[in-house]
Ligand binder design. Sequence first.
Ligand code: PEP
Ligand code: MN
Length: 338
Amino acid sequence: MLIVMEANATSQMVEKVCTEIEKMGLKAHAMPGAQRTAIGVTGNTAQVDSDRILAQVGVKEIIHVTKPYKLVSREFYPENSVIEISSDVKIGGDKIIIMAGPCSVESRDQCLRIAERVAKAGAKVFRAGAYKPRTSPYSFQGLKEEGLKILAEVRKQHNLLIVTEAIDTETLGLVAEYTDIIQIGARNMQNYSLLKKAGQQPKPVLLKRGMSATLEELLMAAEYILNEGNRKVILCERGVRTFADHTRNTLDLSAIPFVKRMSHLPIISDPSHGTGRRDKVLPLSRASLAVGADGLLIEVHHDPANALSDGQQSITPDTFDKLTKEMQAIAAVMGRSC
Ligand code: PEP
Ligand code: MN
């Protein structure tokens, strides 16, 4: 349920309506926008006494949203959400943000070396996993807190923001202390206790689509985070499982314009996991920008043949230089910048 306030409604009027909603045992989410302030109501709204709400000063109308996701929907918030990561890095606006780095933090030297190159090429955010959710328990599981410390050094030395994955509720708090954006990976997209915990803290969250998740399931997963109070969510299309065996996953490019129509949240594309093949990363990056992605997540490694994870899909820093130059040209065609 969405309560639309009159254009001239004061913040006291909005607060009063929120209090009334909470008295009914529901959650109220005030959403100030450029045109209007709306209040999203979540919980079991079937029992709500609409007349009691309409009687409040400053209330214009009540809209019943039929979709199962509410807070992430365009109906609740018609503008594009722009997620501020720092004073000069915002995701979802005109500027396309490139996040790049190795799959895993392997060592201090490896990260600093790659960070220097990706920063020079124009990446604004450094990616690397300190906690790795691996298919096999025998594969490299990440450097954990030591890896987070290396990422803190990367931020300081190269003026890059950091995105890194939180794989469970036990370590989410620690990851949040070190990182600028918390990644929730494909395997955890429906880990509801992790989503709730990410929603109860203020750092932005990069939520990756599960490898067999529908877009409704992705949006419902994001809804868990927003419903806990954190509206800073960036979605990520990272490919889904299909019958195709020429790639590791099939990057679902149509997801990007679809999500943009249904939701106000920004969405970025990960052509590295989306294809699993190094030679497909550049062409699928081009396509991602063309269909409206707000950013890219790219795996870059100085020595892909010896990477501890995902070497086959990691591009070299030289290829990344070429990629960022091309993205600047494509962004300009799309009326954006990079
Ligand atoms: C990653 O970004 O390295 C990763 C593990 O991604 P995903 O969750 O999409 O597999
Ligand atoms: Mn990876």
